[in-house]
Write a protein that binds this ligand. Structure first.
Ligand code: PGA
Length: 253
């Protein structure tokens, strides 16, 4: 099994200087941490600048989105190759905000996942249900279908480079997180689904992380669940102390 992954999604926050301050402080706070993979996803405009600051630290960089073409007349888009050249090792794909505001479909997510892997980026693929879907008992059907479509056509050999982020939409930015048991139930179901899709060998190194109002005061209980392999953190990743505390969750603190 790979190390747990704690990823901070800065979303559309932090101009370059603010990002520099945050990374400098974070570097100090998590110095020497080796048991966790620490990833941050700043806005595109800061990535290259920050790549110099994280070079000799455990922090790895991640894009928040990409386009599936390599280059060309696609105004406003960024390719996997561009992100990798700017210093990224990871990229978030199919975040619910992109699905909602930018109308990203499962088919687009699949193309982006394939492009990311071809471009040497490890995709963090987001799936999750709305409150209405949860209340109708449709959570597992929804997330299984999102995962299946996102990974369509992929060989088992590349699955180890993929992370799934289970992010219930009703928990993102709302302060309402899924209970550790609710999250565990979905993670367990997703792991079984991936096992059926790709077989045991391919899936043993695949991480399933939880996202949605992860904070210093709930990370320990979430990470105590057997099928939660890390976290995708939004709001709390903008505060160095909070994010560092999340990185140092109970097991290793
Ligand atoms: P949040 O965001 O931690 O602010 O809820 C999580 C996410 O959108 O990845």
């Amino acid at each position: 099994m790979q190390k747990p992954l704690i990823a901070g999604n800065w979303k559309m926050n932090m101009v370059i200087n603010q990002g520099v301050d945050l990374v400098m402080r974070l570097r100090e706070l998590i110095k020497g941490i080796d048991a966790v993979e620490v990833v941050i996803a700043p806005p595109f405009t800061s990535i290259h600048h920050l790549s110099h600051l994280v070079a000799d630290s455990p922090i790895k960089l991640c894009g928040q989105n990409l386009f599936w073409e390599k280059s060309g007349a696609y105004t406003g888009e960024v390719s996997a190759e561009m992100l990798a050249a700017a210093g990224c090792r990871y990229v978030i794909v199919g975040h619910s905000e992109r699905r909602e505001y930018f109308k990203e479909t499962d088919e687009a997510v699949n193309k982006k996942v394939i492009a990311a892997l071809k471009g040497n980026l490890k995709p963090i693929i987001c799936v999750g249900e709305t409150l209405a879907e949860r209340e109708k008992g449709k959570t597992l059907t929804k997330v299984r279908s999102q995962v299946k479509k996102a990974l369509a056509g992929l060989a088992g050999s590349v699955v180890k480079d993929i992370t799934i982020a289970y992010e219930p939409i009703w928990a993102i930015g709302t302060g309402k997180n899924a209970t550790p048991q609710e999250a565990e139930e979905v993670h367990n179901a997703l792991r079984e689904h991936l096992f059926e899709m790709f077989g045991p060998d391919a899936v043993k190194d695949l991480r399933i992380v939880y996202g949605g109002s992860v904070k210093p005061d709930n990370i320990d209980d979430l990470m105590a669940q057997p099928n939660i392999d890390g976290a995708l953190v939004g709001g709390a990743s903008l505060k160095a102390d909070d994010f560092a505390r999340i990185v140092k969750f109970q097991h290793i603190a």
